[in-house]
Design a protein around this ligand. Structure first.
Ligand SMILES: Cc1cc2nc3c(=O)[nH]c(=O)nc-3n(C[C@H](O)[C@H](O)[C@H](O)COP(=O)(O)OP(=O)(O)OC[C@H]3O[C@@H](n4cnc5c(N)ncnc54)[C@H](O)[C@@H]3O)c2cc1C
Length: 376
């Protein structure tokens, strides 16, 4: 009997647990450790901010869900991995100590490095959590006049909710924007292509921004934020009255001592998602040092690849399943300007770029389906 330890209860961790449990049944022990007992469906946070859904619609209890599939949940946080002894030091409310493993899956996600941008904490909003999204929603409700700025900080690897927030604001304030009372602007630290891992969607996205009276600015690498102003390292000084930014992303500094991380603390893996130089250890999801945006569907596909390779190893076979890095994302513009993008980041292959109201409905339906599947 093998013990498989999964660190993290987000998209990557939960799907890895599901796949492993389905393949291995009760003949092996699977444990998932995460500090927060609630799973949050992040892609729906923009809808939450704009009052389309409630917090209980996008969260479920990990303990309950994992127990149903025979996976043990431990509330706690990975403090340190000891690869030679194959043990992980965990600190939690109910359990503090070491958990041994035969196979390890690192799925701890990214850290929001707000400290990298002076003034972020005091002067900017984000919506990368339930409370933050609700707070931004309240501020948007109270907003009456002026400029709303949404954007990505340098090293923020999440362009989809930036675009979706701008479209949601444009819908909310359609009349005020037409009267010139409210302006909505979007800023990117580099080009639009760079934000989307090289995908060329600027023609479609820019046309959609224009139709919704949203102005867009590229090559604005935010350096600091002061009261009602964003300053870039290229000399821009942009005034604003409400600011929603995705902060810089970093990996996990607790993994630094293992010599497996890049300069931003993301974990280096090979094509089969094995962590370089660590035996029987895989990393998946936002914590992995891959280029381009960091998206849930990537974490899910990586979880499937890692689970399949662990099952092969347990069965005494060499792992063979390779991961291919691609974007498949819907940018919901609340109607006919919604975009579906399918693009191969590693080989610059555009599979599909489609536009239409259907993709807005499809995203809502997909989100609802995923939430229903995991809540019941
Ligand atoms: C507002 C918003 C909108 C988004 N929209 C989209 C979209 O439209 N499409 C899309 O594909 N993606 C979207 N994403 C991105 C997507 O949510 C992430 O890529 C995805 O959540 C990554 O999954 P993950 O499992 O790697 O990390 P996470 O989901 O972040 O989960 C990490 C887990 O690790 C746990 N953890 C952290 N530290 C430790 C530790 N030390 N020890 C143990 N556990 C730890 C956390 O508590 C959590 O359970 C969006 C994200 C946000 C925030």
């Amino acid at each position: 009997m093998s013990s498989i330890l999964i660190l993290g209860g987000g998209f990557g961790g939960v799907v890895a647990a599901e796949k492993l449990a389905a393949s291995l049944g009760s003949s092996h022990q699977i444990t998932l450790v995460a500090p927060n007992q609630k799973f949050t469906f992040y892609p729906a946070l923009v809808q939450l901010a704009f009052g389309k859904i409630q917090p209980e619609d996008i969260q479920f209890d990990l303990d309950e869900k994992l127990r149903e599939i025979g996976v043990r949940y431990v509330q706690g946080e990975m403090i340190r991995i000891h690869p030679v002894r194959r043990k992980v030091e965990i600190s939690g409310d109910d359990f503090s100590g070491e958990i041994a493993y035969d196979y390890l899956v690192i799925a701890v996600g990214r850290r929001l490095a707000t400290e990298k941008v002076p003034g972020f904490f005091e002067n900017a909003q984000h919506l990368l959590g339930v409370n933050a999204a609700l707070k931004f929603g309240i501020l948007a409700d109270q907003f009456r006049e002026g400029r709303i700025l949404v954007g990505l900080c340098p090293d923020a690897r999440l362009p989809v909710p930036v675009c979706e927030t701008a479209f949601a604001l444009a819908k909310k304030f359609e009349a005020e924007m037409e009267q010139g009372k409210i302006q909505v602007s979007v800023i990117f630290p580099e080009s639009l292509e760079a934000a989307f891992g090289g995908a060329r969607l600027h023609k479609e996205l820019e046309a959609a921004f224009k139709r919704h009276r949203i102005s867009v600015h590229y090559e604005v690498p935010i350096r600091e934020i002061t009261f009602n102003q964003v300053n870039s390292s290229e000399g821009h000084e942009i005034k604003c009255d409400l600011l929603m930014l995705v902060p810089p992303f970093r990996g996990n500094s607790a993994l630094r001592n293992l010599n497996v991380t890049d300069e931003s603390d993301f974990v280096r893996v090979d094509g089969m998602l094995r962590v370089h130089e660590l035996d029987r250890t895989y990393a998946i999801g936002d914590i992995v040092a891959f280029s381009g945006p960091k998206l849930a569907h990537m974490a899910v596909r990586q979880a499937e690849v890692a689970a399949a390779n662990i099952v092969s190893e347990i069965n005494g076979e060499a792992p063979t399943k390779e991961y291919y890095h691609e974007i498949a994302a819907v940018i919901d513009a609340n109607g006919p300007d919604s975009i579906y993008l399918h693009y191969g980041i590693w080989d610059d292959t555009l599979y599909r770029l489609k536009k239409g109201r259907f993709w807005s409905w499809a995203k809502e339906a997909h989100d609802a389906l995923w939430r229903t599947k995991h809540q019941h």
